[in-house]
Ligand binder design. Structure first.
Ligand code: FPP
Length: 260
């Protein structure tokens, strides 16, 4: 780890860090526009921020980083921009594969990957396979993903199981729905960050983010460096997570855990 990263990490308190961080990477287009560059330049620069976020999560021991890289709705963008993004994502992931392996980062793909062009899909799949043995950070890329699509998929799967008699309707609870989501097996995000100034979830992890701490920043994604991510982590460390309980209950629980 370089000295600069170490000093960024040293500024974090000893309070628990999020186990799972999810990010809506927004603002690439505006970053490019501010510089009179084509939108694609913003997406290229955005890849650098992906690398920085991955490194910091890996270095701080965050277990899961989930990035909203391309939504179902993004298919409606001009074809030229869609093509650029597909090429960029495929090339970037292929280029980063050796570093991901070296840093013990496992790639997980979430979304309707079949919809992606074969070339990008193949590069992503090769990286997924090459990193499948890695046991450090899990980096999930949400591609051709939307939360409503994912929940509908889970519902369809349960309906099939009920129709063929494998389960009864009464057995369908939260756990059964969760098992059918693309994120199954991962803890829910503790911290959900959106860059670029908008304050909405845009069809991202709607089920999983039920108790996530939300963090919105005006910083555009290409400008979102390690310090900015550490600021979000530090903000998370100051939040009281009650999960529906009272403050007094949370304090009593924390004191009990410290004693035992
Ligand atoms: C949103 O900014 C960003 C995207 C739709 C694409 C994000 C993709 C990357 C950063 C590349 C990811 C690469 C890898 C390898 C994961 P926007 O275009 O909506 O910006 P705007 O709101 O300013 O127009």
């Amino acid at each position: 780890m370089d000295i600069q990263t170490q000093s960024i990490i040293d500024r974090l308190s000893g309070a628990p860090l999020p186990r799972h961080i999810a990010i809506i990477m927004d603002g690439n287009g505006r970053w490019a526009k501010q510089r009179s560059l084509p939108r694609s330049a913003g997406h290229y620069e955005g890849v650098t921020s992906v690398r920085r976020a991955t490194e910091l999560c890996s270095d701080t021991g965050v277990g899961f980083l989930t990035l909203y890289a391309f939504s179902t709705e993004n298919w409606n963008r001009p074809q030229e921009e869609v093509d650029t993004l597909m090429t960029l994502i495929g090339m970037a992931i292929e280029r980063e594969t050796p570093d991901l392996v070296r840093n013990n980062v496992r790639l997980r793909l979430i979304g309707d990957i079949e919809r992606m062009p074969a070339d990008a899909r193949d590069r992503l799949e090769r990286c997924r396979q090459a990193t499948s043995h890695c046991s450090g950070l899990t980096l999930s890329l949400c591609l051709s993903y939307s939360s409503r699509w994912e929940i509908a998929e889970a519902a369809r799967r349960l309906a099939r199981l009920a129709a063929d008699g494998s389960i009864s309707a009464d057995e369908i609870g939260e756990e059964a729905v969760e098992a059918g989501l693309a994120t199954s097996g991962m803890p829910a995000p503790d911290l959900l960050i959106r860059t670029g100034g908008e304050k909405r979830l845009s069809n991202f992890l709607l089920w999983q983010a039920a108790y996530a701490e939300l963090y919105f920043t005006d910083t555009l994604w290409p400008d979102f460096g390690k310090e900015a991510l550490a600021d979000a982590m530090a903000d998370f460390q100051c939040r009281e997570r009650r999960f529906g309980r009272t403050s007094e209950q949370v304090e009593a629980d924390t004191a009990f855990q410290a004693d035992s």
